[in-house]
Write a protein that binds this ligand. Sequence first.
Ligand code: AHM
Ligand code: MG
Length: 339
Amino acid sequence: MNVNRNILTLDEFTLTQLRQFPTATGELSRLLRDVALAAKRVNVEVNKAGLVDILGDAGTINVQGEDVKKLDIFANNQFMGVLKHGISCAGIGSEEMDDFVVFDDEVSNQSKYVVLFDPLDGSGNIDVNVSIGTIFSVYKRISELGKPCTKEDFLQPGNKQVAAGYVVYGSSTMFVYATRRGVNGFTLDPSIGEFSLSHPNIKCPESGKFYSVNHGNFFQYDESIRKYIDGCQRKNKENGGPYTQRYIGSMVADVHRNLIKGGIFMYPATTDKPKGKLRLLYEANPFAFIVEVAGGLATNGKQRILDIQPTELHQRTALFIGSRLMMEELETFTGTKIK
Ligand code: AHM
Ligand code: MG
């Protein structure tokens, strides 16, 4: 019997990948399925956010000292819930929680992976109906199986990631994930409630037209960055400029657009935030992994993001990420050659 396999769902796709490795245990596929399930639940709430009394501050301040919106808490609970209930994850770290959470039960202690995530990034955009997203990062634990996972499992450099991904809750909802083998994108088909393969084998264009940065902070950036941004706005036959500026303020949407169309996204250090704003473990690292697998580059201006040795869960970093040739052009301003 012939079954139409032209449009694979996320589960079907991960199974076809699994079938190529007969010794694989399928734990990563299960983990991705768990994350996708939580994403679907979050998507339902994001879609009806304007209709129910779920908007606004939950009246608490998160560990970064920022207001917590109700949807952030809902999303955090969904992702934590599926990962705790599943059999692939030994512990998690989240933007919304002070410290790592070690699940420490008989099944979780046998699980191979730990997961770091930002359950709902771009929270400033929730109450204005603009794209927001989830970001996640997966590591194989280095601690002994059968015991609770440890802090060292979470504090591995990004180059040790096994997989990373994001969900963008936008005009349609997309789930994009990368392993070392490639980056694939799935669009939620509401008629069957499944993510279906819509963007196979995503490659980041070598160059592009878009640059994404918060111009309001311009005078707080280092001089080399100001000069680069100035160059983005000028006619330049070498780089095909001037570039077009696009900045939504939701990293997931901004980097997603540049990944598909070609471009560069920057969140440099500022005088107010000398360490940068974005978080290394669950914002910069997963995107650096995805974009590098797709052929692009990611740095903090001095060093490759994926080579930074993390020291704490909520560590911040400057971030420059995008198309390879645009990143190389930036490096002529910062004076660093990363790759
Ligand atoms: P959040 O985790 O509190 O949502 O902050 C991260 C977001 C990113 O999605 C986005 O790129 C950046 O903050 C925007 O910051 P700014 O408003 O300073 O430009
Ligand atoms: Mg965030």
